[in-house]
Write a protein that binds this ligand. Structure first.
Ligand code: B16
Ligand code: MG
Length: 222
């Protein structure tokens, strides 16, 4: 029988609310580019890599063709600088509700923990939150070939743990992330509203509702 051996977490929007900082940084950049940008559009960028996010914004403003590749890299770097300023002051207080208890609970049950974030700033955030010790493996987005919704980063995490993907739970707040988990053949847990998380095997409205026993029960029912 299949058994849950690992939980693989997304970072932004699951462990901490850096999703908000990404939003603020893209908003500032979009204002500069004179591209209309709101929270609804921002949902399309969650879990999406930096360069892919920029492309979506430029396409929205019909200005993608205006910039050469080198210029796009500079613009994306500008967003990253704004973002890096915002994450400078992250502390353990910025952990989303229930997350530290969940990590402790998993440790207590001897279930492995990994991180599968698309962010190249993940280590800065993890260190600021002081949760590095909980993780058995952190997948490196910088060497990941295909971005979410491709399954690569989740598969990289499972491989790093030495665990079969089918015995892993993936936790995500983004549609692209749920797609990545499903393509990796893992059990997907979505955090957020039912409409956006519709493709997840299981949905929780907020991180404080995440519960290991409920997830195990549902996993065993499938
Ligand atoms: P960076 P996740 C993702 O992190 C964010 O959701 C997404 O908004 C961001 O563009 C992406 O990381 C890249 O981040 O610019 O810091 O490399 O949700 O996969 O933890
Ligand atoms: Mg996320």
């Amino acid at each position: 029988m299949k058994e849950i051996k690992a939980f693989i977490f997304d970072l932004d929007g699951v462990i901490t609310d850096t999703a908000e900082y990404h939003y603020l940084a893209w908003k500032e950049l979009s204002n500069k580019l004179e591209v209309p940008f709101d929270r609804e559009f921002n949902e399309n960028l969650k879990g999406v890599s930096r360069m892919d996010s920029l492309e979506k914004i430029l396409t929205k403003g019909n200005i993608s063709g205006k910039f050469k590749e080198e210029e796009k890299i500079i613009i994306a770097e500008e967003k990253n600088e704004i973002y890096k300023e915002l994450i400078k002051n992250i502390t353990p207080k910025d952990l989303l509700p229930g997350i530290e208890n969940l990590l402790k609970g998993l440790k207590g049950k001897d279930i492995k923990i990994a991180l599968a974030s698309a962010s190249k700033n993940a280590m800065t955030v993890i260190n600021g939150l002081k949760v590095y010790e909980y993780f058995d493996f952190i997948a490196d987005a910088a060497i990941c070939k295909n971005n979410k919704p491709a399954p690569d980063i989740f598969l990289m995490a499972a491989e790093g743990l030495g665990i079969n993907p089918e015995e892993c739970i993936g936790v995500e707040d983004a549609e692209a992330g749920i797609e990545a988990i499903n393509s990796a053949k893992m059990f997907s847990v979505g955090v957020g509203d039912t409409k956006r998380m519709k493709n997840a095997n299981m949905i929780f409205h907020s991180t404080k509702e995440l519960n290991i026993d409920t997830i195990v029960k549902e996993f065993n029912n499938i």
